[in-house]
Design a protein around this ligand. Structure first.
Ligand code: ATP
Ligand code: MG
Length: 492
């Protein structure tokens, strides 16, 4: 233990010399200061954090009891021993009630005095250590409050004893729902997952590799990278939320699967047609040759559109895409696109593609190329998802300083639950339903993003089996730009 500092206060100068000498003879590692008045003592006490104070109870001016009160105030943790005169039993009791650590009666029994003082010093130093540890613990707790990783402690009985704010934020489970409850009960799915979490017996880096495991909470699947460290009375677990990374990983997988499938289909058609055209052993008539060449042209077109869509979606994501903002003559643009689409789908005799628009319309502000792409995607869908044919109608109309571009079909329709999701990237409604109809699931995602960037919105109404209506609304070039416009009709 470090050197202990003791202050002795007594108006009896003789005692003030004798006592320290006696103490120094019997005790190791003490440093003793003396004061002959309470006032002087108080000044020292304020300046030095003593390990113990010894004071006479009866002194002129401020007496020992008054000094004790001041010490309680200035240094509440410092043990104070009072020296009482012979027979001053009442005073001694009063002193103890006032918070004195002990009293020593005159004539002083040196052995008792030393023993009591040593105990007082020990208590004080232990107090200090406890305080230091408490502060350290508090600091650790504060650190835990602020780390981004979820941290929780499961004690030997399997009960959750600590649950930091990050754990709350990641899982959505507040501490009151978890603390004091068995982990198996408080954390749904823990009973299945807990056993797979790697637990190290020594803390420190590299002691265990965290594992990424799924934990289902409130119907939400969370992927957590989690590991634990075992202590005498439990395990501390730390985890990190990898759900988004996981979803991205899955999306990437889906993307690769969809795209390779989407690329293979037109490639196979092109390859097959080219092979047939190259064969010398069979005579092809003119119309057969033309139809094979048309397949090659159409499928190459499809390939380049897929590549273009992937690139465009990527540019939209990274914010690298810049749209022009010019006055666009929508009537002309829409008429052109409808003509193009009619010849593209010339072989779909079961589809009638119609265009309805007023005699004149004001221009919209936007990007002509991108608007063309939006319309192509919508008409392409309308035809593609009308496997039994029907009418596909493109309508242009003006509505409260906005232009409405409507693409209506009588095809498969979209189940209500899917109507928000079809605008998502790579999202395709149940592939079984649209069997035989390929696609990357990028078309509507691109539409929504492009229209959003032209300060417009796109929405859908449809009922399963009864066709769909897609509406694109765009600001007219003359209209003042609205600031707080909702960005899209459908939040996907
Ligand atoms: N007019 C429509 N009628 C019925 N379903 C539709 C219609 N338009 C889109 N869908 C559904 O929404 C999904 C997403 O459409 P989107 O245009 O984004 O992708 P895609 O057509 O599958 O692929 P891509 O457009 O890239 O070729 C489609 O797979 C389809 O299920
Ligand atoms: Mg499409």
């Amino acid at each position: 233990m470090s050197t202990a500092r003791v202050l002795i206060v007594d108006d009896d100068v003789g005692l003030l010399e004798a006592l320290p000498e006696a103490l120094l003879l019997r005790m190791d590692g003490v440093e003793i200061d003396t004061s002959d008045t309470a006032a002087d003592a108080l000044e020292r006490i304020r300046a030095v954090d003593y390990d113990a104070i010894v004071t006479d109870i009866k002194m002129p001016g401020m007496d020992g009891l008054a000094l004790l009160r001041e010490i309680e105030h200035a240094r509440p943790g410092t043990p104070t021993l009072l020296i009482t005169g012979h027979g001053e039993h009442d005073l001694a009791v009063q002193a103890l009630r006032g918070g004195a650590y002990d009293f020593v009666a005159k004539p002083i029994d040196r052995d008792y005095f030393v023993a009591s003082l040593e105990r007082a010093i020990q208590v004080r130093q232990l107090d200090r250590q406890v305080e230091k540890q408490r502060l350290a613990l508090e600091l650790h707790a504060r650190v835990l409050e602020h780390v981004d990783d979820g941290v929780f402690l499961v004690d030997g009985e399997g009960v959750v004893q600590h649950w930091n704010p990050a754990a709350h934020a990641i899982t959505g489970l507040p501490p009151e729902a978890v603390l004091g409850r068995p982990a198996d009960e408080a954390l749904p799915g823990w009973s299945a997952v807990g056993a797979s979490v790697p637990v190290a017996s020594v803390p420190g880096p590299g002691s265990t590799e965290a594992r990424t495991l799924p934990l289902e909470i409130d119907g939400r699947e969370l992927w957590l990278s989690i590991s634990g460290v075992a202590f005498d009375d439990g395990v501390v677990y730390a985890f990190r939320n990898l759900t988004e990374e996981r979803a991205l990983e899955e999306l990437k997988g889906e993307f690769v699967a969809t795209v390779s499938h989407e690329l293979r289909t037109p490639l196979a058609a092109i390859y097959g047609s080219a092979q047939t055209l190259l064969r010398e052993d069979i005579e092809l008539d003119e119309s057969r040759r033309a139809s094979l060449l048309r397949v090659i042209a159409q499928e190459s077109e499809r390939l380049s559109r897929i590549a273009g869509d992937i690139l465009l979606a990527n540019n939209l994501d990274s914010g690298r895409l810049h749209l022009a903002s010019t006055k666009v003559d929508v009537q002309q643009l829409v008429a052109e696109v409808v003509d193009e689409m009619r010849s593209l789908f010339a072989d779909r005799e079961d589809i009638s593609l119609e265009l309805n628009m007023p005699a004149s319309l004001p221009p919209v502000s936007g990007d002509a190329d991108k608007l063309r792409q939006v319309l192509i995607n919508l008409v392409d869908n309308a035809v593609k998802y009308s496997p039994n044919g029907g009418r596909v109608e493109v309508v242009l109309e003006e509505n409260e300083s906005r232009l409405r571009l409507i693409v209506r079909d009588e095809g498969l329709g979209i189940p209500h639950g899917e109507q928000q999701r079809i605008f998502g990237k790579f999202y395709r409604v149940d592939p079984q339903q649209s069997r035989g109809v390929g696609g990357t699931g990028l078309g509507l995602y691109i539409c929504r993003e492009l229209v959003r960037r032209m300060k417009g919105r796109v929405s859908v109404t449809s009922s399963d089996g009864k066709g769909s209506i897609f509406v694109v609304e765009l600001p007219l070039a003359s209209a003042p730009q609205r600031q707080s416009d909702p960005q899209v009709g459908q939040r996907a």
